[in-house]
Design a binder for this molecule. Structure first.
Ligand code: TXA
Ligand code: MG
Length: 329
């Protein structure tokens, strides 16, 4: 399959280009597009065959449901049955934006989208290109992060190309995505509402809007979650925030291993490191560069990557969560 590459301005996407991408969606093709979190690959949510194409392209197991991307709450509400009133409060505050709701599905959504579950994930992305594409397609778009399953989510079109070129209909390239990590997934099909995946909207922000209604996720070392599980080739070694990593780093270098370090606080490190990234812009910057670091580490054929953990607060929780997941053997 030839993958069409389409470049657009992220703020003012060219209508003709969006039309081309939308016509592919209407024809049942798969298209990768930017959102404010990461790049997604999507298809017409109402077209079962098209949706199956996403699973094939990503080598994704059919038991792993997709998210339905909409351009309004009205469009979303037609796809679900009961929704508690508090959800509307969250919609008002966070949509469009990186908060995904898991709600009881109506019977309109094809089974493969939900992987046969009685619930469905609903998301309204805060990105002009994604919103224009959904509008022009005239249908909600079922989508998932545009990576081969098991690899980090793509934050630039180059990542998408590396994984899915030749496997999907088109890639709409609008440069780097905003947050760099995926949306927060909140299960509102039961009370209390529960965070299933940490993401760009922190628990603290949700708690402020609906005090006492959303259970706080346990520390990242403890809780059961559905955070994407990457399998980088490099061994990732998390280091506690503020702890010196020099000794541990040196031991690896002495063993002759290609070693890297990602750090936040002041560290005195050997100059012979093969890979170094300093994060000075807080968890926001860490989130933005995290997945590129995972990919770059493998590209550099690193064997060991030390990563200083952000403080587990606000957006730092989602970053820490993804580092811990990537570090699991
Ligand atoms: O930011 C995002 O959410 C990105 C952009 C592209 O929108 N999308 C994304 O999709 O991260 P994906 O498929 O990579 O992750 C969605 C997660 C998966 O772990 C899936 O199992 C879970 O959401 N999920 C989807 N529907 C669900 C449901 N009905 N119940 C529980 N989990 C669900
Ligand atoms: Mg994913």
């Amino acid at each position: 399959m030839q993958t069409l590459l389409l470049k657009v301005d992220p703020q003012k996407p060219n209508e003709k280009v969006i039309e081309i991408a939308a016509s592919l969606i209407k024809q049942g093709e798969t298209v990768a597009f930017p959102t404010e979190t990461v790049y997604g690959v999507g298809a017409d949510a109402m077209n079962e065959k098209a949706v199956e194409g996403i699973f094939a392209a990503k080598r994704r197991k059919m038991d792993n449901p997709l998210l339905v991307h909409v351009n309004s709450w009205e469009q979303a509400s037609g796809l679900v049955t009961e929704v508690p009133g508090e959800v509307l409060v969250l919609v008002k505050e966070f949509w469009p934006g990186p908060l995904t709701f898991i709600a009881k599905a109506g019977d309109k959504i094809p089974a493969p989208v939900r992987a046969g579950l009685p619930t469905v994930g609903l998301r309204m992305p805060d990105h002009p290109v994604a919103l224009a594409l959904i509008k022009a397609a005239g249908s909600p778009i079922a989508a998932t992060s545009a990576n081969i399953s098991g690899r980090p989510s793509p934050t630039v079109a180059e990542h998408v190309k590396a994984d899915l070129s030749g496997r999907i209909g088109a890639i709409v390239d609008a440069g780097e995505t905003g947050w760099g990590i995926e949306s927060t997934i909140l299960d509102v099909s039961k009370t209390p509402f529960k965070i299933l995946r940490t993401g760009a909207v922190s628990w603290e922000r949700l708690e402020k809007v609906l005090p006492g209604l959303i259970s706080k996720p346990a520390g990242v070392h403890k809780w059961k979650r559905i955070t994407p599980r990457y399998q980088p080739l490099v061994q990732i070694v998390p280091i506690k925030y503020g702890e010196q990593m020099a000794e541990a780093v040196e031991r690896e270098i002495l063993k002759g291993r290609r070693t890297g370090a990602v750090f936040i606080s002041e560290q005195k490190l050997p100059t012979s490191l093969d890979f170094v990234r300093v994060i000075r812009g807080g968890p926001q910057e860490y989130a933005r560069v995290l997945f590129d670091i995972f990919r770059a580490a493998d590209q550099n054929r690193l064997e060991c990557l030390f990563m200083e953990m952000p403080v587990e607060r606000g957006l730092g929780v989602a970053v820490a969560d993804r580092i811990i997941q990537a570090a699991r053997p």
